[in-house]
Each structure stands twice: as C-alpha cells, then as structure tokens.
Design a protein around this ligand. Structure first.
Ligand SMILES: [Zn+2]
Length: 275
C-alpha cells in the first residue's frame, strides 16, 4: 500500500491512552503503509456540559514533546515507515486566539481542521440534537465547519465532515449530497481553490453502538465534478489495531469513482501518490 494514514492519535491525545507513537507507527509499518501522521487532538474549547459525564482533562498537547517522540521513533524505525508531525486542531469560535497561537508557534507537516464541539455541546453526549431535526443538525454542523475553516484558512485537511452523524439519534445515517448541495458546493469550491484536502475518515463507517454512518458517493462525485482531486485518508485510530482500518475498501472505492491520488502534506506541501 503506497498510502499514508493521515489521522491517528497517540498517547499525546487526551483520549489516546490505548496506544503510543511507537506502537501505532510499528503497526503502520506492519500493515504496509508508506506513512503515518500523528494528528493529536488540540481542542482549546471544551464544553462545560462534558464535566457531568467524565473528569475533564486538557484536550491539547505539548507539541515539542510529541514532535521529539516522533523523531525518536522515526530514528528507531528508519525507512520502514515515514512518520509525519500533525495536529488535529479543533475549531470553535470561542478559541480563535489559542488556535492562531499554536499554529504560529510550531511547525507541522500537516494540519487537520475539524469540529468536535458545537454550540457549547459535545455531540458524543448529545445536547446538540435536542431541539433540531436531522436536517437542521447536519446542516448546522456543515455550516459551522465552513464558517470556521474559512476563518482559519491555515490548515491542510478538512476533517470528518460527517462526524455529527456518528452520535445522532435520527434514522437518517448519511449526510447526502442532495440534502445539502449548496453548502457542499461552497465547501468544495473553497477546498479546491485553496489546494486543501477532503478527508475520508474511515472510523465513521465502522459504526458506533450499532449505528453505521453511510458515505454518500454523490458527495465524492460532486467534489470530483467541481475539480476536486485532493483526498486524504484517515483511520482516526486510537489504538494500533485500527491503523489504516478500511483503507483497502476506500482506496478501491475512490478509484472506482474516478479518483487517482491519495494526498498527504510534508512541511505543509501537498504530495499526491497514486491510489
Ligand atoms: Zn476528530
């Protein structure tokens, strides 16, 4: 597999206790990946409601420590695997200053931008869905990603646009192109014009408590129709066994839809490798 898994969490993520840079990088080498990126969580805003479900911990990490550990493991594994320095920056309107600060202070190979917390809620625990139907909930999430990413601009990959479906209470298990065509078109035009990647996050399609998110192929077809060619594959692994999960299936799917490349960034420069 000439693929990079661009979305992995290590011990530096607040929820990364099941793995380490070394364990997941070794797993990546064993599965035949060409590269792995550690995009540890960096959310400066954490909704207060989360504290009624679990003990709150800071959800950002010590970047120099994580990068030093990546250097150490790269030295151990040599040319068996290429390890990239990443960050998953959690976008939220209440922490713009912190986001700018961390991105200007440190250098990364790639910056993955995503939304985990929305309207002072953690969708994992609900709240966000309470006063909305599926269309309002999914549409609101896409609008929030669009608003925050165009504010941020300083990122490479738009993360898991369908994250909000994973934990939703509705029978609709997919963000379909036809239901949100206007906002998808705006997102895609922005990504394409700016040379940024659309992420396929394979974790969503594995299911959560029996709920499996479906990837609407029309979303990908429309992206390609508008000229989109930059796709980033990410497993969103928090344990070594999930590194590159679902990649064989999704690489074949992308090829069948006419995509030719899988993307990653090195020192923030786009690299396209054949699928
Ligand atoms: Zn995420």
């Amino acid at each position: 597999m000439h693929l990079f898994d661009n979305h992995n969490h290590s011990q530096f993520s607040f929820d990364g206790g099941r793995t380490s840079v070394e364990a997941s990088a070794r797993a990546a080498a064993e599965t035949g990946l060409k590269g792995i990126c550690f995009s540890d969580h960096c959310d400066h805003y954490v909704p207060p409601m989360k504290s009624s479900f679990e003990d709150l911990k800071p959800e950002y990490f010590d970047v120099p420590q994580q990068q030093a550990e990546i250097d150490r493991v790269q030295g151990l594994l040599g040319d068996k695997i290429q390890i990239l320095k990443g960050i998953e920056i959690g976008m939220h309107e209440e922490c713009h200053e912190d986001i700018r600060k961390v991105l200007s202070e440190y250098s990364f190979d790639q910056v993955l931008a995503s939304v985990h917390y929305i309207e002072q809620t953690d969708p994992y625990y609900g709240g966000y869905y309470d006063d909305k139907d599926w269309k309002q909930a999914y549409g609101g999430y896409l609008e929030t990603i669009y608003r925050e990413m165009t504010w941020l601009a300083d990122f490479d990959i738009m993360g898991h646009y369908d994250y909000i479906v994973r934990y939703a209470p509705y029978p609709v298990t997919s963000i379909r192109y036809r239901d949100f065509s206007d906002i998808f078109d705006e997102m895609f035009r922005y990504l394409i014009y700016e040379g940024k990647a659309l992420e396929i996050n394979t974790k969503s399609y594995e299911g959560h408590r029996g709920r499996i998110v479906e990837l609407d192929h029309n979303v990908l077809l429309r992206y390609r129709e508008l000229g989109g060619e930059i796709i980033s594959l990410g497993s969103d692994s928090h344990e070594p066994s999930r590194v590159s999960a679902g990649f064989t299936h999704h690489a074949a799917l992308l090829k069948s839809l006419g995509f030719r490349w899988s993307a990653h960034y090195e020192s923030r420069k786009l690299i396209q490798l054949p699928l």
